[in-house]
Design a protein around this ligand. Structure first.
Ligand code: FES
Length: 223
C-alpha cells in the first residue's frame, strides 16, 4: 500500500502521480495500480521514474480506471503491484529512445539508466515535461505534429528503443530493422500471465505482453 505524494494534471488529461515508498523496477517495467476502494480496476502503468523514497507514473485519463486515479489526492492510499514485465535491456552502444504521445512515459527512467542516449519525443498537439527530459539527456528532440521518424538518422544508432502508437513503432521497425525494440501496450487484467487477456501475435507465436513483454524485438511483432 502506497501513499500519494502528489497527483497533478501536467497537460490536458495527462497526470503525473508520485507515490511515496521504496519501490524497485527496471527500465520499461510496469506496475498494476488500483485504488484501495475500487479493487477490480487495476491498471498497468509503466514506471516513469524512481527516486529515493518515491516512484512516479505518467498516465492519460481515458476510461473508468484512470478517471478514478485522477481524483486521488495527497495522502490517499493506493495499491501498487509489481514491478512486472521484461523491459528494456541495458546495452552498450549509442541508443535512440523514441516516444510518441503517452509512449514517452517509460523513456524517462530508461534515459536515466543508460549512458549514451538521444531522445526523440513526438506529440500530436502539445508537448509536456520537456525540461524534465532535458535534465536526463543532452540531446533531446521534440516534434509536435508530423512524423517523429523524420528527425531520426537511424544509421547513427546501435539500438532504438521505442514506445507509442503501433503505427509509429511499425514504421520505426521498418526503418531501423533489427536494431529496434518496441514496448507494446495492451489491455491487461491480471498483469502476471494468468488471464490470457494481453496476447500479442509474434513470429514466435502468441506472447503475453505482461509476462513475455512488454518489450519485444520490433521485427518479431505482427502489427
Ligand atoms: Fe493477464 Fe497478461 S494481463 S495474462
Amino acid at each position: 500500500m502506497g501513499k500519494i505524494i502528489s497527483n497533478k494534471e501536467i497537460s490536458p488529461n495527462v497526470y503525473l502521480m508520485k507515490v511515496g515508498g521504496n519501490y524497485k523496477g527496471d527500465m520499461g517495467q510496469f506496475y498494476m495500480i488500483r485504488c484501495d476502494n475500487f479493487p477490480l480496476l487495476s491498471r498497468p502503468i509503466s514506471i516513469h521514474n524512481i527516486e529515493k523514497d518515491c516512484i512516479s507514473f505518467l498516465y492519460e485519463v481515458k476510461g473508468q480506471g484512470t478517471e478514478i486515479l485522477k481524483n486521488l489526492k495527497e495522502d490517499d492510499k493506493i495499491i501498487l503491484q509489481g514491478p512486472y514485465g521484461n523491459g528494456f535491456e541495458k546495452r552498450e552502444g549509442k541508443i535512440a529512445l523514441i516516444g510518441g504521445g503517452m509512449g514517452i512515459a517509460p523513456l524517462f527512467y530508461t534515459a536515466k539508466n543508460l549512458d549514451n542516449v538521444d531522445i526523440y519525443l513526438g506529440f500530436s498537439e502539445r508537448s509536456f515535461l520537456e525540461k524534465e527530459y532535458e535534465g536526463v539527456c543532452e540531446n533531446l528532440h521534440i516534434k509536435i505534429g508530423g512524423y517523429i521518424t523524420d528527425m531520426v538518422d537511424f544509421d547513427k544508432y546501435d539500438y532504438i528503443y521505442t514506445c507509442g502508437p503501433e503505427k509509429m513503432m511499425e514504421k520505426i521497425t521498418e526503418m531501423g530493422k533489427d536494431k529496434v525494440y518496441v514496448s507494446v501496450e495492451k489491455h491487461m487484467a491480471c498483469g502476471i500471465g494468468a488471464c490470457l487477456g494481453c496476447n500479442c501475435d509474434t513470429k514466435n507465436g502468441n506472447k503475453k505482453v505482461c509476462k513475455d513483454g512488454p518489450v519485444f524485438l520490433g521485427e518479431d511483432v505482427y502489427y
